[in-house]
Write a protein that binds this ligand. Structure first.
Ligand code: ADP
Ligand code: MG
Length: 186
């Protein structure tokens, strides 16, 4: 196995070992922290993933962002990359080949913030994903603020970073906010 494959296994096991209650509590705290950030308060167009397996649960966050009248979209597989499809109260859904839920609708053209899922992250804001590079391809095409959300146990000492890995601008966990300039707010 490669170093990235080993790390994926290690960190997927860590999130799998959290209880349903632990994941729910942390996901609510993360949503709360995120909603309090100026970058979110000052942004209208937000792309947010629909949580899958042991990722930080975004369902509460999506409800709150909808209440705040944000324009939301969620990722949909589009060849080797992702596209942002608009999400609102009337949106219908399907499941893609990985069994991840996807909205049906039109593409959101402008995105201010992308809320990014991850398997692990480190202090230099390197992201480890599930291994297909979809988010690397998607994020390289946007100027949007790249905001990872994660459980604190997903923080690694140091992750390998290839030149195709797109760094995040910040990561929010239930305990901290990590940024490139070391500030704990965004
Ligand atoms: P993940 O980001 O999901 O952890 P990797 O970083 O290992 O996964 O990337 C998965 C694959 O996608 C690798 O072979 C990587 O080279 C490829 N990849 C990532 N970004 C790009 C890109 N911008 N163009 C082409 N291939 C890419
Ligand atoms: Mg990558």
């Amino acid at each position: 196995m490669t170093e990235k494959e080993l790390l994926r296994k290690e960190y997927l096991n860590k999130t799998a070992s959290l209880t349903v209650a632990e994941k729910k509590e942390a996901s609510l705290i993360i949503a709360d922290k995120l909603l309090n950030c100026d970058i979110i308060k000052n942004s209208k167009n937000i792309n947010v993933y629909l949580s899958f397996k042991n990722e930080v649960d975004t369902s509460f966050l999506i409800k709150k962002l909808t209440d705040c009248k944000k324009n939301l979209s969620a990722p949909v597989l589009n060849g080797e990359t992702l596209k942002a499809v608009c999400l609102n109260e009337n949106t219908g859904f399907t499941f893609n080949r990985y069994n991840i839920k996807e909205p049906q609708g039109k593409v959101q053209q402008d995105i201010d913030v992308v809320i990014v899922p991850l398997v692990a992250f480190d202090g230099s804001l390197t992201r480890l994903g599930r291994g297909k590079g979809y988010y690397d391809r998607f994020l390289k095409e946007t100027n949007a603020f790249k905001l990872g959300i994660a459980f604190s146990s997903q923080q690694a000492e140091r992750l390998p970073c290839s030149k195709l890995d797109v760094k995040l601008d910040a990561v929010i966990t239930e305990k901290d906010i990590f940024t490139a300039n070391g500030k704990n707010y965004i």
